[in-house]
Design a binder for this molecule. Structure first.
Ligand SMILES: [Mn+2]
Length: 612
């Protein structure tokens, strides 16, 4: 038997192709598959059909443009506190409501236990983590070229490439990328001199042969696959032919009855009858008996011989092992670097599930769109999410000292010396005559209570207090009860690690070439603060050895007594504290009476001293 009856395999291919086509044929289907992708990995893509390309190939192939959906990221600082998270959510809600566009809150780090409590109590979803806002491939436009089945012929692939003016064709099975084939790859495969049994080596489907030579199957099974035999032309007399036709061979011949008969008797796998010659009943019957397929073609023997190699499946020639591909989450800078080392024109992209998403080329990287970002509750580069210098910064809403973020373009910058970012956000709601919804009001209220230590901090203004009370009303919150529960949850560090406690609320600053970090934990419970001190002091010493910071301070703030004990590490720290606050410090700590605000009291005094 020359050909393997590969019903199972053929069936699988057919069904795989069907699925592939289902995603390709209809415009709506393409869009839908884009939407599915989003749902799966939380990234937002919308596929737009480029109608100019959607002609010609009809059912076969439609290239579409994958465009990132418009969205603005609203994000607070690293090691986020309650204000940073709640104001990001609140401001995203406000902006979405006012503009009708998509503003999505994110967090730049792990939630601390206070914030965790607030979100849980108010029934608000934790914002997604954003590690880096540099541009990723999912942020830029690229092209979705539907994948083709590995079984299609070189000729068909060549036609698709030409008709769509493509250079690279992705080869897929279901949603998975199997490889790529390029114009160059096809030309190369065609110019290489091959053994005459290359069709069998490539496991060429019979239907590819039929399609390539515009043939018609007279006897046999079109779903079969050629796995044995060589291709030859029956040009000689039948008695001479007997010497060189072997079992399973594919014999190209003309209208000579004796040659056809001879080939079948020599157990050829397939005979291809050229120039549309008639095939007698006897030949057909005999072929059926011997299990020989018959294909009829209008072409002459030379043309058929020339075309035969083009029927081979592209899967045999595709680039597979050394395939360079990207993930939608890869950063553009990384992709650019890899592309620079490579001569390929197009590179496939997969999503995090390893599913094929489209093809990206150098050109796509030229006019790349950056992520649009709004920062809340900070304006220092050292506190901002990584990659901020690569993002398009639209706005900053803050209540801290001016820091080090610089922008290329003009930016909406609103900084007010209030106790909390959330107070500014409530102001903006009011300026636009909107009342925040119940949950948002709760979030903003919690932020104010947290930042002002329930109005005890010197940073607290009458407006902060009035705002919190107003918000509490809307949210149906009892301020005293809520604040107490919130602070207790925040200082209840249970079995948290040193590192977790340390990063609860830790910010980095730089001034006069000094890099330093200041953390703060506030509690209603003095004993608890002593416990925390024992835990984090060793960790601070360890951090200092990493040499990233010159000094580290940690404020352990007793809310009831409005006092902070500051613990510190770093050569200059004790001296600096003595001079800045006029206090006596021992080796690792000092008591700062009346100092409860890192922002308004501690940092200004420290920076002021550094600048002298
Ligand atoms: Mn704040």
């Amino acid at each position: 038997m020359a050909v393997r009856k590969a019903a199972a395999k053929a069936g699988k291919m057919a069904s795989a192709k069907k699925t592939a086509n289902a995603g390709v044929v209809k415009k709506s289907a393409v869009k839908k598959s884009g939407a599915d992708k989003n749902a799966e990995n939380g990234k937002e893509m919308s596929a737009k059909v480029n109608s100019a390309l959607a002609d010609e190939l009809g059912e076969e192939l439609k290239t579409t443009l994958v465009e990132p959906a418009e969205k603005v990221i609203v994000i607070g600082h690293k090691n986020p506190d309650t204000d940073s998270i709640c104001s990001a959510i609140g401001y995203a809600n406000f902006k979405s409501q006012v503009t009708g566009k998509r503003y999505v809150p994110y967090r730049a780090g792990e939630l601390n236990s206070e914030t965790e409590y607030v979100l849980k109590r108010l029934g608000v979803e934790v914002p997604q983590y954003m590690e880096n806002v540099a541009t990723q491939l999912r942020d830029i436009e690229y092209r979705y070229t539907p994948g083709v089945d590995p079984s299609i012929s070189l000729k068909k692939a060549w036609n698709i490439l030409n008709d769509e003016s493509l250079y690279t064709l992705p080869i897929t099975e279901g949603k998975k990328l199997k490889g790529i084939i390029t114009v160059g790859g096809i030309a190369h495969s065609y110019m290489e001199s091959f053994d005459s049994d290359i069709l069998a080596q490539a496991e060429t489907p019979v239907k590819n042969v039929i399609e390539t030579i515009d043939g018609k199957l007279i006897v046999g099974d079109a779903e079969a696959v050629i796995t044995k035999g060589k291709v030859l032309i029956a040009a000689a007399n039948p008695d001479l032919m007997e010497d060189y036709i072997k079992e399973n061979d594919i014999v190209i011949l003309g209208n000579r009855y004796e040659s056809q008969l001879c080939a079948i008797e020599m157990s050829a796998g397939i005979i291809i009858v050229c120039e549309g010659a008639k095939i007698s009943m006897t030949i057909k019957t005999l072929a059926k008996e011997k299990g020989c397929m018959i294909i009829s073609t209008p072409y002459d023997t030379y043309t058929v011989a020339r075309l035969m190699n083009q029927s081979m499946p592209i899967g045999h020639f595709m680039v597979r092992e050394e395939l360079i591909k990207f993930k939608t989450g890869d950063f553009v800078d990384y992709a650019r670097e890899i592309m620079a080392q490579n001569r390929n024109r197009d590179f496939p992209i997969e999503n995090h599930l390893g599913e094929y998403c489209g093809m990206v080329s150098r050109r796509n990287l030229l006019n790349m769109r950056r992520k649009k970002v709004i920062l809340v509750d900070h304006n220092e580069k050292t506190q901002a999410v990584d990659g901020i210098e690569d993002a398009e910064l639209l706005e900053i809403i803050d209540h801290h000292r001016l820091g080090t973020v610089t922008t290329l373009g003009p930016v909406y910058f609103r900084n007010e010396p209030l106790g909390c970012t959330a107070t500014i956000i409530l102001k903006m709601y009011k300026e636009n005559c909107i009342v925040p919804d119940k949950k948002t009001a709760g979030l903003l209220c919690a932020a104010i209570l947290s930042d002002t230590l329930m109005f005890r901090s010197p940073t607290c203004t009458p407006l902060d207090e009035a705002s919190a009370k107003e918000l509490a009303e809307i949210a149906g919150i009892n301020i005293l009860e809520f604040a107490e529960a919130m602070f207790t949850a925040g200082s209840n560090l249970g079995n948290k690690s040193q590192e977790e406690i340390f990063y609860q609320d830790f910010k980095k600053y730089s001034s006069e070439n000094m890099n330093f970090g200041v953390g703060q934990i506030s509690s209603l419970n003095k004993i608890e603060l002593d416990e925390i001190k024992k835990k984090i002091l060793p960790y601070m010493q360890k951090k200092l050895k990493e040499r990233e910071l010159d000094m580290i301070f940690y404020l352990l703030t007793d809310i009831i007594n409005e006092t902070s004990e500051v613990i510190f590490v770093g050569d200059n720290a004790a001296n600096l504290l003595k001079n800045a606050f006029g206090v006596e410090a021992d080796e690792e700590s000092a008591i700062l009476k009346g100092i409860v605000s890192r922002k308004k009291q501690f940092i200004p005094a420290l920076v002021g001293q550094l600048q002298q």
